[in-house]
Write a protein that binds this ligand. Structure first.
Ligand code: ADP
Length: 524
């Protein structure tokens, strides 16, 4: 048993411990990995938002460059320069463009729009907005002087009804520095110009939505009928150009968090199931190894048991034969007694050899059985008649209770072998109460014979093992009674070969009862 424990320990050390350590390590590092993935993913989303912002910037920059080249030779003519006219007519988001007289006084020199009413509506507003933004304009001038063209939002409240924003930049022409402004409707700008770009980026993977900070539902989304608010977006960033607007991005189907959680739980499930499989595999390997070790142990015990079993009768035979040979036996009566002993021991020897031969033949499937219809009671009575002397000689009292005429399908020799083995064991493992009860019966499709004794009994743990080949109960006084450990294994093999079975019910110290079930004769 120590060797199986050692094997168990080695298996646990080699397979289970590393697997368990690995699982614990993996599970603890999973959240770290997921965080890293989340960070990388967020960076990717940020890059997408950055490119959208860059794109909107590029549009306005291209407008400003176009206007700047037009404004080079701005004249006092009242007509709208063609490039500005084209911008106005092509872009509904552009309400009007204007240019200041000089940078210092900032009166509005011209307002270009598609209708005069717009000019009337915004003239004063533009003037006051420019007056309020002198600091910003000076900054833009500095930028321009260092060679940069920067376009920024001019803070002002433009309309109560409409959402408007003014973008300004500074240009330089032959009359000096001037401020150019573009009064825009950012919502329309986003929908008309940024929207197609968002659709292109989103494809089937993302949902990109734009929010006005004053309204909850998105003003534009790549997913029609999207009602997810900015707060629920995976990631949001403000537009560089329109501070009141934010753009949000999230994955299509499920949010990033859901994806990550799903991945984490999948990984954990995979790891745990791998562990379970490994534990089951190690358990199965251990069980098989344990069985093999047990068998090897039993075989070793068997050799020593059989040698012992054979040596005793051999010693007796040779001793009494020698005595007889030397003519040292005084009386005829003694001679008869010695011959009797020699013959009894010879029988014992041949019964051991027969048992071993029988076992090896059945084990190698060399023994062919010939099941025939037998009356169970008749066969049992025959065996008991032969055994009667043996039983009573050993001080046993036995009863046989036959319940009707039970016809079973069995091999005659095998049936007798089974009965003799059961009776032998009942004799061998009985102590004070020398009583054996034999009973037949039938239930379902089986006829059975029970051999019951009041001997030492078998512990429930041993009951599972006694039918294994070579197995002998090794504790207590039982070890002292001689045997090979083959009897019950042979019984089991014989019963199975006849399509029958053998069962045991026993209590330590109270006795045992073995029942052999045979298939009933099939009436055709
Ligand atoms: P053997 O009797 O040669 O040891 P068996 O295969 O016949 O081998 O029996 C296996 C073990 O089962 C025995 O060692 C014994 O401990 C136990 N056993 C069998 N029959 C009985 C019985 N009637 N009462 C108690 N123990 C029994």
């Amino acid at each position: 048993m120590q060797s199986t424990r050692k094997i168990g320990l080695i298996l646990a050390l080699v397979f289970l411990l590393p697997a368990l350590f690995f699982s614990v390590y993996e599970i603890s590092s999973l959240s770290k990995d997921e965080k890293m993935i989340e960070e990388i993913y967020n960076k990717q989303l940020e890059a997408i938002l950055f490119s959208v912002n860059q794109y909107s910037d590029d549009i306005l920059n291209s407008w400003s460059t176009r206007i700047e080249t037009t404004m080079e030779d701005v004249v006092s003519s009242d007509s709208i320069p063609p490039k500005i006219n084209a911008l106005l007519s092509l872009n509904p988001s552009l309400v009007c463009a204007f240019i200041s007289d000089t940078l210092d006084h900032l009166p509005v020199q011209k307002i270009y729009s598609s209708s005069d009413s717009i000019e009337d509506l915004y003239k004063d507003k533009i003037r006051s907005a420019l007056a309020g933004g002198t600091k910003l304009i000076q900054e833009l001038k500095q930028y321009k002087m260092s060679g940069f063209q920067k376009i920024v939002a001019l803070p002002h409240s433009w309309s109560d009804t409409e959402d408007l924003q003014c973008m300004i930049f500074v240009i330089e022409n032959k009359n000096g520095f001037r401020v150019v402004g573009l009064l825009l409707n950012p919502g329309v700008f986003i929908q008309d110009l940024v929207g197609p770009r968002l659709q292109k980026i989103a494809k089937d993977q993302f949902i990109l939505s734009v929010f006005d900070s004053r309204h909850k539902p998105p003003i534009y989304s790549t997913l029609s009928a999207d009602s997810v608010s900015a707060k629920m977006e995976g990631l949001t960033k403000n537009f560089w150009l329109f501070p009141d607007y934010a753009i949000g991005i999230r994955t299509k189907g499920s949010s990033l968090q859901v994806l990550i959680n799903e991945r984490t739980s999948n990984n954990i499930i995979m790891l745990l199931s791998l562990d379970v499989i490994l534990i089951i595999a190690v358990f199965l390997v251990f069980r098989n190894v344990k069985k093999e070790v047990q068998l090897a142990q039993n075989k070793a015990d068997f050799v020593s048991n059989v040698s012992h079993e054979i040596r005793t009768p051999l010693a007796l035979i040779s001793m009494f034969a020698e005595t007889l040979e030397m003519g040292r036996v005084p009386t005829e009566e003694k001679k008869k007694e010695y011959y009797g002993i020699i013959s009894k021991e010879t029988h014992r020897l041949s019964s051991i050899v027969n048992k071993i031969l029988n076992f090896s033949q059945t084990e190698a499937n060399k023994k062919t059985l010939h099941p025939e219809v037998l009356v169970l009671g008749t066969e049992i009575k025959d065996v008991l008649n032969t055994y009667d002397f043996h039983l009573t000689n050993k001080g046993f009292e036995y009863t046989f209770k036959e319940s009707g005429d039970i016809r079973v399908l069995a091999d005659k020799e095998a049936l007798i072998e089974v009965l003799i083995n059961l009776l032998d064991n009942a004799i061998k493992y009985s102590s004070d109460k020398k009583r054996i009860e034999i009973e037949t019966g039938s239930e379902n499709n089986e006829g059975f014979v029970t051999v019951k004794d009041y001997g030492v009994g078998i512990s429930s743990q041993d009951q599972k093992l006694i039918f294994n080949k070579f197995y002998r109960v090794s504790s207590g006084d039982l070890a002292k009674s001689k045997g090979t450990g083959l009897g019950l294994s042979l019984v089991k093999q014989l019963m199975e070969a006849q399509k029958g079975r053998i069962t045991v019910s026993s209590k330590s110290g109270k006795g045992s009862s073995f029942t052999a079930y045979f298939p009933l004769e099939t009436k055709s």
